[in-house]
Design a binder for this molecule. Structure first.
Ligand SMILES: C[S@@+](CC[C@H](N)C(=O)[O-])C[C@H]1O[C@@H](n2cnc3c(N)ncnc32)[C@H](O)[C@@H]1O
Length: 374
């Protein structure tokens, strides 16, 4: 192990500060660009090195006192030592850098980041783990648990549920998802206020009087249901049967929810659309020729982004409007690089769904490039 003094140049996606030592990138957690730090090199690879922060010798003006006593050990938060304005600036920059470096998109129209009204106590659900009498989260870069009594980014209701779990005489080994309020067992956005801002943004991005909406990775229909008024027909796809059941519960006649793999269903739809019907197994969704001219597709995939086959299906389906909601800028950038052949990027809006953590949500609005009639 070597002790080195480093000047931090940037904060990379994932939350670690980046310095250079003899040209090699060195990642130092809990540091801020502009700071001079003393760090211990823990792992040295050919291309980069990983270090532990030992001391900050020259502090950034953006450094603040973390609120949580577990910060620095718990793997959940990465930015509690940075004031909120600066967290937002870092995240905006990281989106721009991912689009430039991975997506090869030089001048993407990136709008200002939408902040979270709550910077702490915003999470409406957490998953804690219990093992050998320890109940909490994983330590940073580790599979060992840290005992957590209270999570400062979680709502009071979630923390009450955590206290109740911990008060049990014996907590069996396993994973426990603790939720505020409802008993929903399906994917739900984690920060209510920012989720509402995201939903309103997506609604604003779509004009009125449209034909068909396909909401791929729809969960319980979070976007589809908010957009009902603007479409003749709405189709949601998710492979989580519980989510699809929840979406179907209060569905109107114009909504169809399909429990299936987006790859299969969207691939099929892309093939069939040219023939005149939108074909999803087992349902054929009759649609007028006119409405097929104005297909809007929303994709909100997990962090892995779109598979190669889904990207191909999106390009073949050629919706007039495509909205891509992402929780992972690098996979978003990879996918946009390919999708830009067929679509123009009209706007990119980062949202801070997860303050204090390194995660970033992004909503991208695309429209089909006009091609000369053949
Ligand atoms: C990020 S969530 C989005 C949920 C929804 N749009 C919302 O806002 O509540 C991703 C969803 O994709 C679903 N999913 C992941 N991979 C899938 C696949 N290959 N086919 C269908 N659904 C998938 C998951 O079940 C999950 O509901």
């Amino acid at each position: 192990m070597r002790l080195v003094d480093l000047r931090i140049e940037d904060v990379a996606f994932g939350g670690k500060g980046v310095a250079r030592e003899q040209g090699k990138a060195v990642f130092v957690p809990y540091s801020i660009e502009g700071e001079i730090v003393s760090a211990e090199i823990m792992r040295e690879k050919k291309q980069f090195a990983e270090a532990d922060l030992i001391e900050v010798k020259q502090l950034s003006p953006d450094r603040v006192e973390p609120e949580c006593p577990y910060f620095g050990r718990c793997g959940g938060c990465a930015y509690q030592h940075i004031n909120y304005e600066h967290q937002l600036a870092i995240k905006w920059r990281q989106v721009r850098d991912a689009l430039q470096r991975i997506g090869k998109l030089k001048d993407a129209p990136i709008r200002p980041i939408i902040p979270s009204p709550k910077q702490y106590a915003y999470r409406n659900r957490i998953t804690v783990h219990a093992q050998d009498g320890v109940t909490g989260f994983f330590r940073r870069d580790s599979h060992r648990l840290i005992d957590i009594e209270r999570c400062s980014i979680s709502s009071d209701e979630v923390n009450r549920a955590l206290a109740e779990l911990r008060a049990q005489p014996y907590v069996s080994d396993g994973h426990y998802t603790l939720r505020a309020g409802s008993e929903v067992r399906v994917f739900a956005q984690t920060n209510d206020e920012v989720a509402n801002a995201l939903r309103d943004l997506v609604v604003d991005l779509v004009p009125s009087n449209q034909g068909v909406l396909i909401d791929a990775y729809c969960g319980a229909g979070f976007f589809a249901k908010a957009l009902l008024d603007k479409f003749e027909r709405v189709i949601g796809i998710d492979w989580d049967k519980f989510a699809i059941d929840a979406a179907r519960e209060n569905a109107t006649a114009k909504e169809t929810y399909i429990a299936g793999d987006v790859e299969t269903e969207l691939g099929r739809a892309a093939q069939q659309t040219r023939k005149g019907d939108l074909q999803f197994a087992p349902a054929v969704i009759p649609t007028s020729r006119d409405s097929l001219k104005s297909v809007t597709l929303i994709v909100d995939p997990p962090a892995t982004g779109l598979s190669e086959n889904v990207r191909k299906a999106v390009i073949d389906l050629a919706p007039e409007i495509l909205i891509y909601v992402s929780c992972n800028p690098p996979t978003l950038a990879r996918d946009l690089r390919e999708l830009q052949e067929k679509f123009t990027i009209d706007s990119v809006t980062p949202l801070d769904m997860f303050p204090q953590t390194a995660e970033i949500e992004v909503a991208v609005q695309l429209s089909q490039r006009s091609t000369p009639e053949s």
